[in-house]
Write a protein that binds this ligand. Structure first.
Ligand code: ADP
Ligand code: MG
Length: 262
C-alpha cells in the first residue's frame, strides 16, 4: 500500500528581487509504501523542507498533487506528524503536558493523556522528568521529549525535517536508535530529511538524492542492508563506506567549491 505519493509536484515562490515566480522544486514524483522509511538528501536550498511542508499540508503545491494516507493533502491532518529541527516545546508546559498536547487537542481525557505521555517518556528515557519544564532539560532531552510528543498522537506517517541536526554526535546516535526501533516496531511510514549521509543510510530503506535548486530527484538508492531496526549495528557494516562514497560523488562533495550540504 502506498502511503505517501507526490505526483509530478512543483512549487514556486515569488522571487523578492524580480517579483516573478521562481521554481524551488520541480517534477517531483515519489511513492513511499506503508512501513517504509525514506530519506531525502540534497544540497542546502534544494527544496527538501518545501517538500515536507507540502506533505504536511502547510504549503500547497504550485503544480501536481500530494497524497498521504489515502487522501489528497489540502490541509494538515491527524494521521501525519511533522517534526522539525527545533523542538518547539512550549516553555510554560511541563514535559508531560507538552507530550500530551496533541492528545489534548484531539479531546482525549486527562487520565488517558497522562498514561500515554508517561509510557512514551519512559520509552524515550525521560522517566523522572515528567514535571520538569523544557528549560530544565538538555538539548538532547528536549529533542527526545519532542519525539515523544510526535509519537503520542500515534501518527501513521511521520515527516521529519533534520530532527537530530542540532545534537552532538553521540546523543544523535542514541536518539536514532530509539526512533528506528519505534518506526520499525510500529510499522510507521517516514520521510526523513537529513544532511548526515551515514544517518540516512543507517535509518532508511531507501534514499532519494536531490539536485540543486530547482530541486528534483536525481537518484534513488535502495539500502539493501539488514538491521533497519538497529542503526547502531548497521553503522558498523562494511557496506556503509562504499554507500557513503557513492553519495559523496552524487553530491559532488569535495569536487566543487560550492557543493554545500545543509
Ligand atoms: P532545503 O530544506 O533543501 O534547504 P528549502 O525547501 O528550505 O530548502 O528551500 C528551497 C528554496 O525555496 C530556497 O531557495 C528557499 O529560499 C525557498 N523558499 C522556501 N520557503 C520559502 C517561502 N516560504 N518563501 C519564499 N521562498 C522560499
Ligand atoms: Mg530545510
Amino acid at each position: 500500500m502506498v502511503e505517501i505519493e507526490f505526483r509530478d509536484v512543483g512549487k514556486s515562490f515569488i522571487d523578492k528581487q524580480t517579483g516573478e515566480p521562481r521554481a524551488a522544486v520541480t517534477n517531483i514524483s515519489l511513492s513511499i509504501a506503508k512501513g517504509e522509511v525514506v530519506s531525502l538528501i540534497g544540497p542546502s536550498g534544494c527544496g527538501k523542507s518545501t517538500l515536507l511542508n507540502m506533505g504536511s499540508g502547510l504549503y500547497a503545491p504550485t503544480s501536481g498533487k500530494v497524497f498521504v494516507a489515502g487522501q489528497e493533502v489540502t490541509k494538515p491532518v491527524r494521521e501525519v506528524a511533522f517534526m522539525l529541527q527545533k523542538d518547539l516545546l512550549m516553555q510554560w508546559r511541563t514535559i508531560e503536558d507538552n507530550v500530551a498536547l496533541g492528545l489534548e487537542i484531539a479531546g482525549v481525557d486527562k487520565s488517558e493523556r497522562k498514561r500515554v505521555a508517561n509510557e512514551l517518556l519512559v520509552k524515550c528515557h525521560l522517566r523522572g522528568f515528567e514535571k520538569h519544564y523544557p528549560y530544565q532539560l538538555s538539548g538532547g532531552m528536549r529533542q527526545r521529549a519532542a519525539i515523544a510528543r510526535t509519537l503520542a498522537v500515534d501518527p501513521q506517517v511521520m515527516l521529519l525535517d533534520e530532527p537530530f541536526s542540532a545534537l552532538d554526535a553521540q546523543t544523535k546516535m542514541i536518539l536514532q536508535q530509539d526512533l528506528a526501533k519505534m518506526l520499525y516496531e510500529k510499522k510507521k511510514t517516514a520521510l526523513f530529511i537529513t544532511h548526515d549521509l551515514v544517518e540516512g543510510i543507517a535509518l532508511s530503506d531507501r534514499l532519494l538524492v536531490m539536485s540543486e535548486r530547482p530541486g528534483t530527484i536525481i537518484e534513488e538508492i535502495v539500502i539493501d542492508l539488514p538491521l533497519r531496526d538497529n542503526p547502531l549495528e548497521r553503522r558498523k557494516l562494511p557496506e556503509i563506506g562504499p554507500l557513503q562514497g557513492r553519495l559523496m560523488d552524487l553530491l559532488k562533495i569535495g569536487k566543487e567549491e560550492d557543493a554545500v550540504l545543509h
